[in-house]
Write a protein that binds this ligand. Structure first.
Ligand code: SAM
Length: 237
């Protein structure tokens, strides 16, 4: 991967950036995403945010080497605190972290989001934490994708401010776990992901059945069985 050729995962994230956006890429690491988006003329400007010194310095070097220091500012800071004021950017990308961390970044930086911000979020795990945060904070999930790259499965969630109930039905619990768009249009990656999860959960339940019973263990087991039933009800294959 380099600033000319992104991974399929990051290229898919970029495909949801509206033309001529001012973007902030939080947890930018090598700054490939903002360099690519600006080079392609998709983003008009970018902030690359990093909270760790090493990646911050490598993002700075990348932007300098690409000759993009006028368009891209690399800022050191935690989450959305690198955005100086609401409205400074109109699209925020956060990719390659756990869903719980992404949701906590959004929660801590709520005051930097405006009604016009688009969020493009790519959790490595626990997309449910993001869907729950979006719903609790009146963000509308407007699209989702799931894809496989190098034998890893990635979900991408796109959200804008708005009524979050629009895409959710009485199947809310299942939709938060599996994704309302993804479960309606089940592709190979979706089927693979949930079959992997099912196999893992069933193994855990089997092992729990052999272990000494405690209240906590039984509660965890019922929770897993509930999740297994939900996923089996949704999966087409
Ligand atoms: N976004 C890139 C991608 O998807 O390829 C890099 C992902 S890398 C695994 C995660 C990056 O997020 C790391 O460089 C880490 O330092 C940064 N990070 C983690 N928590 C952060 C936070 N609260 N604020 C800013 N950056 C953060």
């Amino acid at each position: 991967m380099n600033i000319q050729h992104l991974s399929k995962r990051l290229e898919t994230v970029v495909s949801y950036i509206p033309e001529q956006s001012k973007i902030a890429d939080i947890g930018s690491d090598h700054a490939y995403l903002p360099c690519y988006a600006v080079n392609k003329g998709i983003a008009s400007s970018a902030i690359a945010g990093e909270v760790v010194k090493g990646p911050y310095l490598s993002a700075k070097k990348q932007v300098e080497d690409a000759g993009l220091t006028r368009e891209i500012e690399v800022r050191f800071g935690n989450g959305l605190e690198v955005i100086a004021a609401p409205g400074e950017v109109d699209c925020i990308t956060i990719a390659g972290m756990g869903g719980t961390l992404i949701a906590s970044i959004l929660e801590a930086g709520k005051d930097k989001l405006t009604d016009k911000t688009r969020l493009i979020l790519q959790p490595n795990v626990s997309a449910i934490s993001i869907r729950t945060w979006l719903m609790d904070n009146e963000w509308d999930l407007i699209g989702e994708e799931i894809l496989e790259e190098d034998e890893k499965l990635y979900e991408i969630l796109i959200a804008e401010k708005g009524n979050p109930k629009i895409h959710y039905s009485k199947e809310l619990e299942k939709e938060l776990l599996l994704g309302p768009f993804l479960m309606k249009n089940q592709n190979d990656a979706f089927i693979k992901k949930w079959n992997q999860e099912l196999r893992q959960w069933k193994n855990i339940v089997n092992n729990m059945e052999k272990a000494e019973k405690t209240e906590a263990l039984e509660a965890r087991k019922s929770e897993l069985i509930h999740k297994i039933n939900m996923v089996e009800e949704v999966l087409i294959l």
